[in-house]
Ligand binder design. Structure first.
Ligand SMILES: Nc1ncnc2c1ncn2[C@@H]1O[C@@H]2COP(=O)(O)O[C@H]2[C@H]1O
Length: 250
């Protein structure tokens, strides 16, 4: 996998920070607390941020990351934040509202802003620096995108937060040959009811989803374990064996 998962936890207090995936020096998916793995100079290189959804474990550090870009990004090379219409509307209303954080779409000036918010739709590919990112809908409590990422002849699918749904299986089956899939597994099997209610996966549901993929991914990476139940999820993942195995991202 030629992509760095800087934050693989589904919350706070885990082995790593919360969700942040570095696709390249300039491209991130989500800005959870895992972004703090980057040095200041590395943060200042980021210009494209793809959001999966509006939950705070995925956007918590977005305002402060933009703060670090204030003196380096400019109208010639602004920061673009991409997301579904729902996600963009949520961060506009609840983050960049001058109360939680200044609206950086108006700074340093409305004419030449630091930040652009760009709505994207499922199936719409965005190409940046030879890398293509295509969102698809997952099954979660708020509208959520996973991303199909094609980079250097490698196809990685970052599934993001999701529960089990046959519609998700169909979506992934349409993505073609997958080298690496990054799948969430938030709760242990005995919390299946909580997983169902909050639209997340358990080890059993991960196995079921993988078994239903028509072209099995070459490698499976698991993330987004909830910190308070992570030990049990680890144990259950070790006891179950999809054909290609799976690795838990820390
Ligand atoms: N009924 C529920 N619906 C949604 N989220 C819930 C519920 N119960 C607990 N939660 C927690 O709230 C969290 C919100 O972020 P997540 O979706 O990552 O994970 C969710 C769960 O850990």
């Amino acid at each position: 996998m030629n992509i760095a998962v800087l934050g693989a936890s589904g919350g706070l207090g885990g082995m790593t920070g919360s969700t942040c995936v570095q696709v390249s020096e300039r491209i991130l998916i989500d800005v959870g607390t895992g972004v703090s793995q980057l040095l200041l100079k590395q943060m200042q290189q980021v210009r494209h941020i793809f959001l999966t959804h509006s939950h705070s474990d995925h956007i918590a550090c977005l305002p402060m990351l933009l703060g670090n870009l204030f003196n380096v990004a400019d109208a010639d090379e602004p920061v673009t934040v991409y997301g579904s219409a729902d996600t963009i509307a949520a961060i506009q209303a609840h983050v960049f509202n001058w109360v939680i954080w200044p609206d950086m779409q108006e700074l340093p000036s409305k004419a030449a802003p630091l930040l652009r918010l760009q709505t994207i739709t499922a199936g719409q590919s965005i190409a940046i620096d030879g890398i293509s990112l295509t969102p698809f809908a997952t099954y979660h409590t708020v509208p959520t995108f996973g991303y199909s990422i094609c980079k250097e002849q490698q196809h990685t699918v970052y599934v993001a937060d999701t529960g089990y749904a046959s519609s998700l299986v169909e979506q992934i089956n349409q993505l073609g040959v997958i080298d690496d899939i990054i799948l969430e597994c938030s709760f242990p099997n005995e919390l299946a009811a909580v997983a169902k209610q909050s639209c997340h996966l358990t080890p059993q549901l991960c196995l079921q989803l993988l078994a239903e993929l028509t072209q099995p991914p070459k490698r499976v990476w698991i993330n987004h374990l909830k910190p308070d139940v992570a030990d049990e999820v680890h144990k259950q993942l070790r006891q179950q064996h999809p054909p290609q195995g799976w690795q838990v991202l820390l």
